[in-house]
Design a protein around this ligand. Structure first.
Ligand SMILES: Nc1ncnc2c1ncn2[C@@H]1O[C@H](COP(=O)(O)OP(=O)(O)O)[C@@H](O)[C@H]1O
Ligand SMILES: [Mg+2]
Length: 329
């Protein structure tokens, strides 16, 4: 069952053209306009229980999309539904079943972490008894419990982002929207957030997140849509996105002895050989077969191996390649 359906969604921003004076109309000069298609006719579904990643470079249209998905921004065309309810027309209901951490969200600086959570809990109508317990639980999970009585003003960026996540979770949402949840954070906050995204997902929360960081997408997401210039140019699992653009696998190995390059070229499973300092960089079809063959060769010739590294295609390579060719296939 899908949790979210996005149908032919577009957002255009218009502004007056700079430099050129408008043509004369009946009411004076006509305003000529430039239109940015920030989101350009996208459609996709997020399944219930999924961590769905929206990956793309800055300015790709991620924030504009997530704002329309959460009912903050009205689409120019198309619509978004959550469990079959149109988001724009059912904002109250949607707010009840979703949690949201926008890109530029903020906490209440004058309140402590705990007070922020109690306040949000009250807004959501969480009963007082449950409110306190849930707030303390969340603070513990996100490693903020010890700082629960400190004013949020004094929180670091990473602590603030963790508190925002706690706030979004106070209503026990079924779906969580996160816009760049780990961008610009310290390693510890980023680790805690990733871990808890996984944990809440395992408990059944559907998660939609945006990121421009392929490693984050790779680590967390079941499926990833790649967006550029307002269009989705690819949508698949991280594994398939890697395979899609896979060009070659390679092995580097370094030897204590000098070996003639031709001997390496003669090996059956090796496609191409480059000589590097004290070793070779070889391009292969199958990492396992080639490692076995290289090791056999080394043993047979009584050579000494110092180091061996393998290179497999990374999601980052896939991302760049898909963007370069504009999703033509
Ligand atoms: N309120 C707005 N008015 C005009 N242009 C906007 C507005 N919001 C976003 N844009 C433009 O839309 C494009 C997509 O922006 P955004 O959705 O923020 O991208 P991302 O989150 O992927 O970095 C950019 O070109 C941005 O300048
Ligand atoms: Mg953004």
């Amino acid at each position: 069952m899908s949790a979210i359906k996005v149908n032919n969604l577009s957002k255009h921003f218009a502004f007056p053209k700079r430099g050129k004076p408008g043509k004369m109309g009946p009411n004076g000069p006509k305003q000529t306009k430039d239109v940015i298609r920030a989101v350009d006719d996208i459609s996709f579904e997020v399944k219930r229980g999924e961590i769905f990643g929206f990956l793309g470079p800055n300015g790709a249209g991620k924030t504009t999309t997530i704002r329309m998905m959460t009912g903050v921004l009205k689409p120019t065309k198309g619509n978004v539904s959550i469990f079959e309810h149109d988001v724009w027309k059912n904002q109250t209901l949607v707010k009840e079943i979703t949690g949201n951490v926008p890109e530029e969200a903020n906490v209440y600086f004058d309140m402590s972490g705990l007070q922020n959570l109690m306040f949000i809990g009250e807004i959501y109508g969480v009963p007082k008894k449950i409110r306190q317990e849930r707030a303390e639980n969340l603070l513990t999970k996100f490693e903020l419990y010890e700082k629960r009585n400190l004013k949020a003003l004094k929180y670091s960026k990473g602590m603030k982002q963790r508190l925002l996540l706690c706030m979004a979770l106070m209503s026990n949402p079924e779906i969580l929207f996160l816009d760049e949840p780990t961008t610009g954070l310290d390693v510890q906050s980023s680790r805690i957030i990733k871990q808890l995204i996984r944990e809440y997902n395992e408990k059944g929360v559907t998660i939609f997140l945006t990121t421009h960081d392929m490693e984050v997408a790779n680590e967390l997401c079941h499926r990833i849509a790649i967006i550029n210039h307002g269009k989705i140019i690819s949508l698949d699992t991280p594994q398939n996105l890697k395979v899609l653009t896979q060009e070659y696998k390679a092995i580097d190995f370094y030897l204590a002895n000098g070996v003639d390059k031709r001997n390496i070229e003669d090996l059956n499973t090796i496609r191409e050989v480059q000589e590097v300092r004290e070793g070779f960089h070889v391009i292969v079809e199958d990492i396992h077969e080639s490692i076995c063959e290289i090791v056999d060769f080394i043993k047979k010739n009584q050579l000494v191996i110092k180091q061996l590294n393998t290179h497999e295609p990374k999601l980052e390579d896939a991302f760049l390649k898909i963007i370069e060719r504009g999703g033509r296939d």
